[in-house]
Design a protein. Structure first.
Length: 109
């Protein structure tokens, strides 16, 4: 196989293939955006539905409707932010703190 005038060998190198740190960074960012963003959006939507002072059915509907742009915003921000540590701390922090608040509030009366 030719690439920019060089011949590349097919198959793994004799010393074994090493995954570059950029691949791990992108993998962690993707997991945080997909899974963490989904959980954070679900927690925020549930918290919103729990705290809105309207009927339970309407509050649940508003929470579900707003969960989609919340999830999209979190996922886009995960790839926009330069520091992976800030991304993981923010997304998983929202998830843990929001889940704790929901646990403390309990079921809506």
């Amino acid at each position: 196989m030719f690439m920019h005038g060089r011949i590349l060998k097919a198959g793994p190198s004799p010393s074994g293939r090493k995954v570059r740190p950029l691949v791990w960074t992108m993998a962690l960012r993707s997991v945080t955006a997909l899974i963490g963003g989904y959980v954070a959006a679900a927690v925020l939507a549930t918290l919103l539905a729990r705290l809105l002072p309207i009927a339970r059915v309407e509050a649940t509907s508003w929470g579900m409707i707003l969960s989609f742009p919340i999830y999209a915003g979190i996922a886009l921000w995960c790839f926009h932010e330069h520091r992976l540590s800030r991304v993981t701390a923010t997304v998983w922090g929202i998830t843990i703190i929001g889940g704790g608040l929901l646990w403390l509030l309990g079921v809506r009366p």
